[in-house]
Design a protein. Sequence first.
Length: 197
Amino acid sequence: MKLKLTLLLLTISIAAFCKTWTVINSGSSFSLNSITIEEGDSVLFVLQNSHDAREVSQATWNNNASTALSGGFQTPAAGGLVLPAKLGVGTHYYVCTPHAGGGMKGQIIVQAATGLLENASYSLSVYPNPAADLVVMKANKYAMGSAYAMYDLTGRQVVAGKIMNESTGIDISQLQSGLYFLQVGTNTKQTFKVVKD
C-alpha cells in the first residue's frame, strides 16, 4: 500500500512540473524553430490552416524533405498537441509538410527530466483574461528583467518589452479582438494565451 501511494504521489509531483510549450507560425516559418524542453513536457502547435508539423529524420530535415519518421508525431493542418509519449529524450526534427522544400522546419530538443524547475522561485501570472484594454503580468523578483513579446495568430509581433516591476501592464487597447500569445523569457520561454475582447 505504501509503495502504491508513493508512486502515485511521485507521478502527481512530476506532472505538476510539466509544461506545455507553444509553437506558432510566422508566415512560412515556425516562431520557435528550436526549443529545448524537459522530458514529460508537451508541445502545442497553433498554426494557420495551410501548415502542419510532421516529425522527420535528421537526414530528411537536412534535405528540406517531408518523408514521415516511422513512429514520429504528426499534427493536422492548423496544428495540434504533441504529448510526451511522442517526445522522448533526444532531438526531434520536424517540418511543415507542404512547405518543407522552402525550409519551414524546426527542432525540439528534449532533455532528461531533473525533477526540478529551472528556477523554482520564478513566478508569473497574467490577468485579467479576457481583457479589453490592459493585461497585467504579476511577477516575483526572480522574473525581473525578463523580456516579453505578444504575437497574433499569424505570428506577427504586436507588443514587446521587459518586466521591470512586480506588476507590469501591457496596453492592448489598440489590438483587434481575438487570440494572442504572450511569450515571456529569453532562453526558457513561457507562453500564455491572451484573449482581447
